[in-house]
Design a protein around this ligand. Structure first.
Ligand code: ZN
Length: 118
């Protein structure tokens, strides 16, 4: 069975994934903030570890710690944001757009048409 547009009955439908995009973006931004803080603590931890190896170890440790902290924070935020956005897409927002008339509407998950992976 195939889903169709409630306005013009066209089957030319496409998923909007608005929430997913917004969620991923805000997730990366807020994750970046978390990442910045992670970078700070990572830098401190890295400096302490690096101190064992002397001054050069301190700068290498600081850099590695900062990079790691930022990376983990940003990635985690982006993934969490995209998840949240997906939830919004499937449960709250109009998740389908009709390509024939531009009408947007929501389909229950059970009727959500399957698309080739985007
Ligand atoms: Zn339509």
């Amino acid at each position: 069975m195939s889903a169709h547009c409630p306005r013009c009955t066209s089957t030319q439908l496409m998923p909007r994934q608005l929430g997913r995009h917004v969620g991923a973006t805000t997730g990366v931004v807020s994750g970046g903030t978390t990442g910045a803080m992670g970078a700070l603590s990572g830098a401190k931890a890295g400096a302490v570890v690096g101190a064992v190896a002397g001054p050069v170890g301190v700068s290498i440790g600081t850099l590695a710690g900062a990079l790691f902290g930022a990376l983990v924070g940003g990635t985690a935020g982006g993934v969490a944001g995209a998840r949240l956005g997906e939830e919004l897409d499937t449960k709250v927002l109009d998740n389908i757009e009709c390509r024939a008339c531009g009408h947007t509407f929501r389909l229950p998950l059970a009727e959500y048409p399957s698309y080739p992976s985007l």
